[in-house]
Write a protein that binds this ligand. Structure first.
Ligand SMILES: Cc1cc2nc3c(=O)[nH]c(=O)nc-3n(C[C@H](O)[C@H](O)[C@H](O)COP(=O)(O)OP(=O)(O)OC[C@H]3O[C@@H](n4cnc5c(N)ncnc54)[C@H](O)[C@@H]3O)c2cc1C
Length: 404
């Protein structure tokens, strides 16, 4: 068995550490902490868990496996951290072939998943917070929902400790210890060295900054996130307000039902703003807020003037084609990079550890072809099918700060 250092204890790192330990390896998990780390993408009140991925059945199949395991995790955690409240993607016009919603509907129907086609009348009747004059068609996925991501990471960190994984928190990775194309460990910011057979770098949006030799493969993009306190909370309870994407490929907006603290979270799955995760610019702007208000006024009149009780810029680690990057570095023996979430990786938490461990052990796993080391892929080669890209979308600009 090998000695393995996992750098970064967000969802990629902690699930990888647990799986590698379970497979008998000697694992050290390094993160400055506190855990869950406040700046980490994984540290949040909610992340959507959906099978809808347009025509991309690889992700739908992976999400399907994950959802079955999320239910099992609820039992193992002894608390409901995954809430199966349904996920709905609606459009402002009829769905047509090629649309994210239409292709998702087709794939989910063919695979026999529990879905419903949503039209204005149904929206009006069942989900009164929505303005049915604006949204006309879409798909509701019943066996999907959201996970309380920060709480999930906290539960997994506790599990990692209980498994005897050595948790080096309070220290920071500074650089790799490498000679002649071989990585033999890491150097910490206090100059301490830790030796290992393998180093798994799971540092999310910090990847291009901590591994400058691969900075051109990734881009750290900040996304505005808002927590609102509705004046009519009953309208936003999960049974009347499932997780949603509101014409997401043309507006970028998506959100969640009211949570245990009475908060409705709304954010944007758009291009975002490039910045370092530790940048002082990491705050929502007045333009982010103005665009949010415009969106709310046009879609959820009852939320249009709701107070914003918290906001944050959360970081995507983007790749050029929207797919994850989980692979061994062909030029540095012993290095595995597990990053490139592109804003849609958390839902796969129950299978991420296995995928990353397979990459470390070079075990055959078909999905690793999609996440392979791919320097040939150029900027703009694609995106998560649900993502708003102003360059490809013919929509009026309804989202903030497009800088591409
Ligand atoms: C706004 C937003 C909304 C999202 N919504 C969804 C969603 O609805 N559904 C979904 O599936 N996914 C969603 N995602 C994506 C999801 O959050 C990511 O896939 C996931 O959290 C990435 O986890 P990670 O472990 O790669 O990175 P992170 O969670 O960011 O963890 C990286 C870790 O690296 C550590 N680190 C940094 N520097 C160092 C260092 N020098 N030494 C040691 N450790 C270090 C940090 O402390 C941190 O703990 C969203 C992301 C964002 C930003």
């Amino acid at each position: 068995m090998a000695k393995i250092i996992v750098v970064g204890a967000g969802i990629n790192g902690v699930t990888a550490a647990i799986e590698l330990k379970t497979r008998g390896h000697n694992v050290v998990l390094v993160d400055p902490g506190p855990l869950p780390h406040p700046l980490a993408a994984s540290t949040d009140i909610s992340k959507a868990v959906r099978r809808a991925y347009g025509a991309d059945e690889d992700y739908t199949a992976l999400a399907d496996r994950s959802i079955k395991l999320w239910r099992k995790w609820n039992e193992e955690f002894g608390q409901e951290l995954y809430h199966e409240v349904g996920v709905m993607f609606v459009r402002q016009r009829e769905m047509k072939p090629g649309d994210f919603e239409h292709e998702s509907f087709k794939v989910l129907q063919t695979r026999g998943h529990k879905i419903e086609r949503m039209n204005s009348a149904q929206l009006w009747k069942r989900f009164p917070a929505w303005d049915p004059e604006v949204y006309r068609d879409g798909v509701l996925e019943l066996e999907a929902g959201y996970a309380e991501s920060g709480r999930v990471v906290a539960a997994l960190v506790a599990r990692a400790r209980s498994l005897g994984i050595e948790l080096s928190d309070g220290v920071r990775f500074s650089r790799l210890n490498e000679t002649g194309g071989r990585v033999s460990g890491i150097v910490l910011d206090d100059r301490q060295r830790i030796a290992a057979d393998f180093v798994v770098m799971a540092v999310g949006a910090w990847t291009p900054y901590l591994l400058p030799f691969i900075k051109n493969f990734f881009r750290a993009n900040g996304q505005a996130v808002f927590h609102l306190k509705p004046r009519h909370p009953e309208l936003f309870a999960a049974e009347r307000f499932p997780v949603f994407g509101a014409d997401i490929t043309t507006t970028g907006y998506y959100g969640f039902p009211i949570n245990r603290d009475g908060v409705v979270k709304i954010a944007n799955h758009g291009p975002g703003r490039e910045m370092s995760p530790e940048s002082t610019k990491r705050a929502v702007t007045s333009e982010d807020e103005k665009n949010l208000r415009e969106f709310l006024a046009s879609t959820f009149p009852a939320l249009a003037d709701a107070p914003i009780v918290y906001s944050r810029v959360c970081m995507y680690c983007d790749t050029h084609d929207g797919h994850f990057w989980i692979a061994r570095d062909p030029d540095r023996k012993g290095l595995v990079v597990a990053a490139g979430d592109c804003g849609h990786g958390f839902k796969f938490a129950p299978v991420l550890g296995e995928i990353i461990a397979d990459a470390v052990e070079e075990k055959p796993n078909p999905i690793l072809q999609k996440f392979r080391w791919r320097p040939e892929v150029r900027v703009g080669s694609g995106n998560d099918a649900a993502r708003f890209n102003p360059k490809t979308s013919n929509a009026q600009r309804r989202t903030p700060n497009v800088e591409i």
